[in-house]
Write a protein that binds this ligand. Sequence first.
Ligand code: GTP
Ligand code: MG
Length: 151
Amino acid sequence: VEESYIMIKPDGVQRGLVGEIISRFEKKGIKLKGLKLYQCPTELAQDNEHYKDLQSKSFFPNLIDYITSGPVVCMAWEGVGVVASARKLIGATNPLNAEPGTIRGDLAVQTGRNVVHGSDSPENGNREIALWFKEGEVVEWTPVQEPWLKE
Ligand code: GTP
Ligand code: MG
């Protein structure tokens, strides 16, 4: 199944945007199957496979400080095409380039404080969910609205 790891970053939590952000995915009609508030330890963030592609970047230390500066909300969402669809809802990496109507376009102003993460491929969706969630934290269920979302 296609799934996306969506994470509300510490700025989103501190700014009281948790409900607003979850609501946008929920209303779209994709399925929530994992949800927790989590304080990521610095050592874990540094070694974490999650940002391994960015380890050589000059902003990497800032990114680690940012992501460990407070609790994050970890989420697993499932649906056909959910990875691309979630990235559309999230908007461009730099909030100044993100379209109005997207989360970053509406709620953020800087790349270093862009409130939310979304997986960039179905492979990374599966991989990141396995990385951030423990066994038993991801729940398989069938929403009653399903026949009203899919013909
Ligand atoms: P994510 O959904 O968070 O992965 O963002 P993305 O896929 O739109 O961007 P990317 O994976 O390239 O970068 C991951 C995160 O690193 C971004 O969301 C930013 O929080 C941070 N980042 C990327 N580029 C910069 C930068 O130039 N400066 C700073 N301060 N942070 C950056
Ligand atoms: Mg990314």
